[in-house]
Design a protein. Structure first.
Length: 232
């Protein structure tokens, strides 16, 4: 509702919100909500990055291909013990498995119209654990950042400054926290900042765009640029 009222940078609504936030108690409670949501989103991204790294780590206890071919006899029946395959045959067995998979995929494509790979990717996209699907604590940042952007729309210096410093007992710098959020979602928590292609995907690109637009609106305007040192 607030986003709809502020669409386009409604100066009347902006001024009304600014006047209401001159009350210290209201202001502190208002900004704390957004500050906490930003911190929760950052923590969620950090946790997801940690879990992904742990899941991708190589398993030192993995068995060899020969050990995995247990209970299969030469005639295709189950055998009581493992089928021992020498290391020199590993490559041949792996090649045979690959050929079988390609053959199955071709048959599946002809009968179903889609390849096995396409179905796997579709299932991955819909899976609850799909890394391209934003967790709720992160997804909520998009409307929050859009709202904050519209508060500052049309170079509103009063609200731009208020988002940075409320002069209350507890100050919540939402400008700084928005920048930290962008840093997190672009991979800084993994030590891979600069490899943005690994962290920007179909699921989060709209949120990253919104974060950049909000940060731009925070610092647009000649007066604020001179006061804060931001480039306008």
């Amino acid at each position: 509702m607030c986003i709809a009222l502020l669409e386009g940078g409604n100066p009347t609504i902006q001024h009304s919100i600014f006047k209401k936030l001159q009350n210290g108690e209201i202001s502190q409670a208002f900004f704390k909500v957004f500050y906490d949501k930003m911190r929760e989103a950052q923590q969620e991204i950090k946790s997801s990055a940690t879990n992904s790294t742990a899941a991708a780590a190589p398993d030192k206890q993995r068995t060899s291909l020969a050990e995995k071919t247990k209970h299969i006899s030469v005639d295709g029946k189950l055998s009581p013990g493992p089928l021992v395959v020498g290391e020199e045959m590993d490559e041949e067995v792996a090649g045979a498995c690959g050929s079988a998979l390609h053959a199955y995929s071709d048959i599946h494509t002809m009968t179903h119209g889609t390849s096995v790979l396409e179905e796997i990717m579709a299932e991955k996209k819909c899976a609850p654990g799909n890394s391209d699907v934003l967790p709720a604590k992160v997804a909520v940042m998009k409307p929050i950042l859009r709202f904050l952007q519209l508060l500052c729309e049309n170079h509103n210096p009063d609200l731009q400054n208020l988002l940075r410093n409320q002069n209350n007992k507890s100050n919540y710098n939402l400008v700084s926290e928005s920048l930290v959020f962008l840093d997190c979602i672009c991979g800084s928590t993994t030590g891979g900042l600069g490899l943005l292609g690994l962290y920007i995907n179909e699921g989060n690109v709209a949120l990253i765009d919104q974060t950049l637009e909000t940060l731009t609106e925070y610092c647009q305007g000649e007066w604020l640029g001179l006061q804060t040192g931001y480039v306008t």
